[in-house]
Design a protein around this ligand. Structure first.
Ligand SMILES: Cc1ncc(COP(=O)(O)O)c(C=O)c1O
Length: 469
C-alpha cells in the first residue's frame, strides 16, 4: 500500500500542510520556524496554550527535575503512595482557602482530570446511597477537553462529529446557557439581572429534571479557548453555589485553563477566589496547564472535605486507578515549580501585569472606530480580543473569513504568538477571538512591547479586511 508523503509524521493538527515548529526559547520569547522562515524573539503571549507559567528555559528547573528524578522511579498509585504526590496535594490544599480542599488526585491532562471528576462525583452519590443522581448540567459553548466524557460535558462543534459515542446528551449530560455578558446581556439589563436570568434557567432545569436525579453542575470559572475569557457577571457563580446547596447538587469548577495562579487576586492559586467567599468554593475542581508549566504533563482533581468524607465514611475505596496517576516525577517537578512561583511572587506578578496588559489593550484598541476590535475582556493573566464586523451591532465576520486564525498568522509576522480562534455554537452563532495568557514572569516593559506589537498586528488585520470589503 502506498502512503501519501506528509511533511510531519506526528498525527496532530493539520496533515499534509506545513506546520509551525517551535525551535527554542528563553523566558517569554521563542523562535518559530514556519514555511521555511525563521521567526526570532517572538513573544509567546499565550504561553503555548496558557501553560508555560515559568516560560522557556527557566534556570532552576533542571535542578528541580533532577531532584525529582533522583528521589523516585515508579510505584503504582492504586496500591502504594509516594511522597511527592502527597507533598503536592498538601501544597495545593495549604495554598487554597482554609477548608476548601482536603485531597487531590494527580493526572496527566485536563481532559483526564474531568473524566476522573465525573466518575468521582458518580461514586460520591453511590457512597451517599443516592444512585438516582446521574444528570450533569454544564454549559453551552463550554470546552472541557477532548476525551469522550470531556466532550460529553463540553459543547462545541468540534465535539459534534463524535455525538454517537458520547454520553447521552438528552438525558444525562444536559446543557444550560453560557455566561457571556458581551454577547448575551440585554440592553438595559444590569449584570445582576443577567445573572438572575441565567440562574432562573438553571433552577428550572433542575426542577424539570427532578432534583433527586441531578448530580452536578459544572462550569469553567473563566472560560478560555471556547468563548474567550468572559468574566462571570456579578452574582452568577454564587447563585450557582446557592442552587447546588438548595437542591443537593455537586458544584464543580473546571480551572484547567484559568486556574493554578493564572488569575488569582491573592498571590495564590484559584481563580474562583475573585468571585466566591472561601465557604462558597466548589465541591470538586479540576486543574492542569500551569501546574507543571509545560515541563511535565500534569493536571489534577481537587476534592473538598464534603466529597472526601462520603468516601471515608462509605466504602473507603476509590474505584479505578491509572498507571501514571500521581506520578512521583511529575508531582515532584510540579511542586518545585509551584514553590518557585510562590516564593518569587509570580502569581501576583501575572495578575498585576496581566491586568495592565488588558487595560493597555483596551485603551489602545477599543475607541479606535477604524479597527474591528469589538471587545477586550479578561482578568489577571488571561485576556481576549474579540473581532467583529460591526462594533455597534457586534455582528461577527462570516465564519469562512476565519478572522481568528488569520490574526494568529498576522501576529507571528508582528512578533508574537497567540491563540486565534474562529468559534461557533451549535445554533448558528459564530465569533472570532484572540487569546492571551502570558507566562507569569512577564515584566511591565514586556507588556509595553507586546501591546506595541498587538496594535501593529491589529492595523495589519484592519488593512487586509478593509481591502477585501
Ligand atoms: C477549561 C478546560 N478544561 C479542560 C481542558 C483539557 O485539558 P487538556 O488539553 O490538558 O486535556 C482544557 C484545555 O484547553 C480547558 O481549557
Amino acid at each position: 500500500m502506498t502512503v501519501t508523503p506528509v511533511k510531519s509524521q506526528v498525527f496532530q493538527g493539520y496533515v499534509g500542510k506545513e506546520k509551525a515548529f517551535a525551535k527554542n526559547g528563553k523566558g517569554i520569547f521563542m523562535t518559530i520556524e514556519k514555511n521555511g522562515k525563521e521567526y526570532r524573539d517572538v513573544i509567546d503571549a499565550v504561553s503555548g496554550a496558557a501553560v508555560a507559567s515559568l516560560g522557556w528555559g527557566d534556570p532552576d528547573v533542571p535542578e528541580i527535575v533532577s531532584e525529582a528524578l533522583k528521589k523516585h522511579t515508579y510505584s503504582y498509585p492504586g496500591l502504594v503512595a509516594n511522597e511527592a504526590a502527597e507533598k503536592l496535594a498538601k501544597f495545593y490544599i495549604d495554598n487554597s482557602p482554609p477548608g476548601a480542599f482536603a485531597s487531590a488526585l494527580w493526572t496527566c491532562s485536563g481532559s483526564e482530570s474531568n473524566e476522573n471528576a465525573l466518575k468521582i462525583i458518580r461514586q460520591y452519590w453511590l457512597e451517599k446511597g443516592q444512585p438516582k443522581k446521574t444528570k450533569v448540567i454544564s454549559r453551552e459553548c463550554s470546552y472541557h477537553g477532548f476525551t469522550l466524557g470531556a466532550i460529553s460535558i463540553g459543547n462545541t462543534p468540534r465535539g459534534a462529529p463524535f455525538k454517537d459515542l458520547m454520553i447521552n446528551q438528552e438525558e444525562v449530560c444536559l446543557k444550560m446557557p453560557r455566561c457571556w455578558p458581551y454577547r448575551d446581556m440585554k440592553e438595559g439589563e444590569t449584570e445582576e439581572e443577567y445573572s438572575q436570568r441565567l440562574l432562573d434557567v438553571l433552577e428550572k432545569m433542575i426542577l424539570d429534571n427532578d432534583p433527586e436525579t441531578v448530580s452536578a453542575v459544572i462550569v469553567e470559572t473563566l472560560p478560555g479557548s471556547s468563548i474567550g475569557t468572559p468574566v462571570p457577571s456579578k452574582g452568577y457563580l454564587k447563585g450557582i453555589r446557592d442552587l447546588c446547596n438548595k437542591y443537593d447538587v455537586v458544584f464543580m469548577l473546571d480551572e484547567v485553563m484559568c486556574g493554578t495562579g493564572r488569575a488569582n487576586p491573592n498571590g495564590k492559586l484559584n481563580c474562583w477566589e475573585n468571585f466566591l467567599a472561601p465557604e462558597d468554593g466548589p465541591d470538586i475542581q479540576t486543574v492542569g496547564k500551569t501546574l507543571g508549566s509545560g515541563y511535565v504533563t500534569i493536571a489534577g482533581v481537587l476534592i473538598s472535605p464534603k466529597i472526601l468524607d462520603a468516601y471515608v465514611n462509605g466504602s473507603g475505596l476509590i474505584l479505578g486507578a491509572q498507571t501514571y496517576h500521581s506520578h512521583a516525577f511529575n508531582c515532584g517537578t510540579a511542586l518545585g515549580i509551584q514553590q518557585k512561583i510562590l516564593q518569587n511572587g509570580l502569581t501576583k506578578n501575572v495578575f498585576e501585569n496581566g491586568n495592565l496588559l488588558g487595560k493597555k489593550l483596551q485603551e489602545a484598541l477599543l475607541d479606535d472606530p477604524n479597527n474591528f476590535v469589538g471587545d477586550v475582556r479578561g482578568l489577571g493573566g488571561f485576556w481576549t480580543i474579540e473581532f467583529v464586523k460591526d462594533k455597534k451591532t457586534k455582528e461577527p465576520f462570516p465564519p469562512e473569513k476565519k478572522v481568528g486564525p488569520r490574526f494568529s498568522d498576522i501576529a507571528l509576522e508582528n512578533g508574537f504568538n497567540i491563540m486565534g480562534v474562529s468559534g461557533a455554537d451549535n445554533y448558528g452563532g459564530n465569533w472570532d477571538i484572540a487569546l492571551f495568557g502570558p507566562s507569569f514572569i512577564i515584566t511591565k516593559e514586556e507588556v509595553d512591547l507586546l501591546v506595541e506589537r498587538v496594535v501593529s498586528a491589529v492595523h495589519a488585520l484592519t488593512k487586509q479586511l478593509r481591502a477585501e470589503a
